[in-house]
Design a protein. Structure first.
Length: 186
């Protein structure tokens, strides 16, 4: 692992552990989960917010004021809002995506869940999601939380990642396998 990645992972783990423990003590893991989902959604939708996290062009005060306003507007819990403010004042907001990922893992472990990253060529219907959860639960033996993304380059099928396992039933992968087998013949 590269040094900067290692540093941000260590920072993220410390913040995530602190937030998780505080939320667990105050019995507010449900609101923590809602805050994580809200922040992940905001980060994926807002380039301005992502820029605020990493840009050195903003002063500490500007970043602190902006992140406090964002937390207030999103109605985040006091624990998460305070942590964001602390991270901003220490210039550690660049680690926020890793903090959210670590918190998601901690919450899943607490609930006995496993997160499955699922990429599909088209958005799955609720019935397909339910069938997929049932199938994965029977195969893995734990409760499954789906993290869905749409990747039109798959053409069709799914790519499912659960922990270190990957199941690739996409047409793109099948075409690549066919291409490789044709190279071997000729």
């Amino acid at each position: 692992m590269s040094e900067p990645a290692s540093i941000s992972t260590g920072i993220a783990q410390r913040y995530a552990t602190a937030v998780f423990e505080l939320s667990k003590e105050s019995k507010s893991l449900k609101s923590l989960e809602a805050d994580i989902d809200a922040l992940e959604g905001a980060l994926s939708e807002s380039a301005d917010l992502r820029n605020l996290l990493v840009s050195p062009a903003y002063s500490r005060d500007q970043v602190s004021q902006a992140i406090t306003a964002v937390a207030k507007k999103m109605k985040l819990s006091k624990t998460v809002s305070g942590t964001l403010g602390l991270m901003a004042s220490k210039r550690r907001l660049f680690a926020l995506p890793q903090v959210l990922a670590a918190l998601t893992e901690m919450l899943a472990a607490e609930k006995g869940e496993v997160t499955a990253d699922v990429s599909s060529a088209q958005a799955l219907t609720p019935a397909q999601e339910k069938d997929l959860v049932t199938t994965l639960k029977s195969r893995i033996g734990k409760d499954i939380k789906l993290k869905l993304t749409v990747d039109e380059t798959l053409i069709g099928g799914l790519v499912i990642k659960v922990g270190s396992q990957m199941i690739d039933t996409s047409i793109r992968a099948q075409l690549a396998a066919l291409k490789n087998s044709m190279k071997e013949v000729g």
